[in-house]
Design a protein around this ligand. Structure first.
Ligand code: SF4
Length: 364
């Protein structure tokens, strides 16, 4: 059914389906630490950590973070350099910076109390529609929806919506439908039930329809092959970018790194000094002397719009990088505590420098 005519479930049908979802969630939810104690701060932090990162990978980070920053005040009191080691491995450091800025707003504007008003909470730094819906419904019981990748998959299959969910019309329909479902008792549990169903039952490649509480109502299942949904429109491929980067050490063996400015790609993260282009020439322009011989290695890293091919050269000298937030040489043993960008993590590992790998992305 196209989204223009796929109306949210009518009230008569909604309640039995809500009840089925809630009953299923009560029995089958995973006992995650933020569910056992769903205070606003714990829910907020867990929701930020779980964006782009697998739930199973988040648990250890969450426990360590909460032990060190048990409330917004504790986070607001430190600088970013103190926060980063607790985020290292989760990646997507913009999330950490926004959470830090928002914690400071909570302290200065609300005396350390996370606002329970959706408008006020939604105005905090880095709080988008999804985070607002999750925290307001789970921690405060507001009847506001969430729509994440799991919810998109469940709703598109449930109502057999074959149009691309990224299009504005389907987006509007998704939020309206999720809103209709959340508009009842236990909105936080209902939202979590939809997300949990998508993560554990209505999975991308092999939905377990036989154990699904929505099976009798699911139009996608009835139409056959629900795994064909949601529809993905092929994107234009990312632009190929060649970059040269340098592994340059001090006499003590410390590695020169450059911290990117906060705004932009890999903002605030540490990187091997480098520049766009092929061969040693881009590194000479940074004041580095590239050693004779072949490069140390090559890695690739794909962003949404760019695919980097990184060639790593051995070099000497202190890099001079215009616009860098910071340039410093770090001992190898200290690298795991730094916010290292994904391409640099890969490059260091490729050339034999021991750094912890980042955990897998994608919330499940
Ligand atoms: S019946 Fe199958 S396709 Fe439909 S929501 Fe449940 S798991 Fe997904």
């Amino acid at each position: 059914m196209p989204p223009s005519t796929a109306a949210p479930p009518p009230a008569d049908d909604r309640d039995p389906l809500r009840a089925a979802l809630l009953a299923w969630y009560a029995r089958h939810q995973r006992p995650l630490p933020w569910r056992l104690d769903p205070s606003p701060w714990r829910v907020w932090v867990s929701e930020i950590m779980c964006q782009q990162t697998r739930v199973a990978s988040v648990i250890g980070y969450f426990e360590r973070f909460m032990a060190r920053f048990p409330d917004p005040e504790a986070l607001a009191a430190v600088d970013l350099e103190t926060l980063y080691p607790f985020w290292a491995g989760l990646g997507y450091y913009a999330r950490a910076r926004n959470l830090h800025a928002a914690a400071r707003q909570v302290v200065t504007e609300y005396g350390g109390e996370i606002p329970s008003d959706p408008e006020q909470f939604g105005a905090l730094k880095g709080v988008g529609r999804y985070t607002r819906g999750a925290v307001m419904s789970i921690a405060f019981g507001h009847r506001v929806p969430v729509v994440d990748g799991n919810v998109v998959r469940v709703l598109c299959r449930w109502f057999n919506v074959a149009d691309d969910p990224k299009t504005p019309g389907v987006q509007r329909w998704l939020w309206a439908t999720a809103g209709a479902l959340a508009d009842g008792p236990q909105p936080g549990d209902l939202n979590q039930a939809l997300m949990e169903l998508g993560a554990t039952v209505c999975t991308p490649r092999s939905p377990s329809c036989l154990v699904c509480p929505l099976a009798s109502a699911c139009q996608g299942r009835r139409a056959g092959d629900p795994e064909r949904l949601p529809t993905k429109t092929p994107r234009k491929g990312p632009r190929a970018v060649a970059r040269s980067v340098a592994l340059s050490r001090t006499a003590e063996g410390h590695i020169w790194l450059v911290r990117n400015p906060d705004a932009g790609l890999l903002g605030g993260q540490w990187a091997l000094p480098g520049a766009e282009g092929e061969g040693p020439a881009p590194l000479a322009a940074l004041g580095l002397t590239v050693a004779d011989g072949p490069p140390l290695g090559q890695v690739t890293h794909t962003f949404t719009h760019q695919r980097w091919a990184l060639t790593v050269y051995a070099a000497t000298g202190r890099p001079q990088v215009e616009g860098a937030a910071e340039i410093a040489a770090h001992p190898e043993a200290a690298l795991d505590g730094l916010a290292l960008g994904g391409p640099t993590l890969k490059a260091l590992r490729k050339v034999g420098v021991a750094v912890a790998a980042r955990r897998g992305a994608g919330r499940t």
